[in-house]
Write a protein that binds this ligand. Structure first.
Ligand SMILES: CC(C)(COP(=O)(O)OP(=O)(O)OC[C@H]1O[C@@H](n2cnc3c(N)ncnc32)[C@H](O)[C@@H]1OP(=O)(O)O)[C@@H](O)C(=O)NCCC(=O)NCCS
Length: 283
């Protein structure tokens, strides 16, 4: 395990190519005055409501297009109508959820709502990069809410993550809904993320949102319930054990198994089991 060079806050801001933000809110300083901040917040809420209303409307459209003729067709027979709608309900939900994934990913792409890489954003400033991040999070959360439970861990969910900004190889399975900031994620081939893993491109510390890319190279498995920090690189050929913590800006580049809090190297991949002292040699 190797620690990325440099120390915490200064390094994060240097990476962002920005002057270190002040820790106290200066009047008229970064983020502008209260009025401008209010306008930014109002505009953010308005655009969120409009865009998400359109996205959800587009997602419901194919369902309505199916139900309309169904209702007309069964208008004279209420029993047939109830039966038709009952059988159509669950497939309709799946259709809605799939359309929602694609519509939402398309919308975040068009609007440019993304998490800024390697940034340190002061919450109190409520500046545009922070608000873009908020809008990206909300869009992702709506998809997670309506489609995530149904499709997580499937290729359909991986397709959504890709469309929503993640760079991913083949045979990637993400079985956790606590994976966010998709545009900061880079996964190689044959990556598996276990259930309840927390992996995202942001962390909130001391009133600042800090962001960083997370790179999982090929043949990486992240065990159930693990927490992966920002700026982390894992692999190739690494298994992270269940309930492990990989702290921010750490690289796990030795092939094999890592476990614990923080994660420590346990064994090399395909390492033969250690001989038991005093055991008789195998015949
Ligand atoms: C990490 C893991 C792969 C190790 O499996 P293994 O190589 O067969 O290792 P063992 O089970 O023999 O354990 C070896 C040692 O590591 C310890 N260990 C194993 N998993 C651990 C974990 N998650 N955290 C801390 N210690 C762990 C064991 O207690 C044991 O310690 P000991 O030598 O002091 O007795 C496995 O325990 C694990 O966590 N798998 C999670 C798989 C997963 O979640 N996949 C996600 C998709 S379902």
């Amino acid at each position: 395990m190797s620690q990325a060079a440099g120390g915490d806050h200064a390094r994060d801001t240097a990476r962002a190519g920005a002057a270190p933000p002040s820790r106290t809110a200066a009047p008229g300083g970064p983020g502008g005055g209260g009025f401008r901040r209010g306008v930014r917040i109002a505009w953010t809420i308005a655009t969120l409501v409009v865009v998400q209303a359109v996205v959800c409307g587009v997602a419901v459209l194919p369902v309505m297009a199916t139900w309309g003729p169904l209702l007309v067709w069964t208008a004279d027979n209420p029993v047939a109508g109830i039966a038709a709608l009952s059988f159509a309900a669950i497939p309709s939900y799946a259709l809605f959820a799939i359309t929602l994934m694609f519509a939402s990913a398309f919308a975040t792409r068009v609007t440019g709502w993304r998490t800024q890489p390697d940034a340190t954003l002061r919450l109190a400033d409520v500046d545009w990069p922070l608000l873009d991040w908020v809008r990206y999070m909300v869009a992702t959360h709506i998809v997670r809410l309506f489609a995530g439970t149904l499709f997580r861990g499937t290729p359909i969910w991986s397709a959504y993550l890709r469309l929503n900004g993640a760079r991913m190889g083949r045979r990637v399975y993400v079985n956790s809904l606590a994976v966010s900031d998709h545009n900061l994620l880079e996964f190689g081939d044959d990556v598996v993320i276990g259930g309840d893993v927390h992996l995202s491109g942001h962390t909130v510390e001391g009133g600042y949102v800090k962001t960083g890319r997370v790179c999982l190279r090929s043949h990486v498995t992240i065990g159930l319930g693990s927490v992966i920090g920002i700026g982390v690189t894992v692999g190739p050929d690494v298994q992270v054990g269940a309930l492990s913590l990989v702290p921010k800006n750490v690289t796990l580049d030795r092939r094999g198994v890592y476990v614990g809090v923080p994660a420590r190297h346990l064994a090399d991949r395909n390492e033969p089991p250690a001989a038991t002292p005093g055991a008789a040699p195998a015949s």
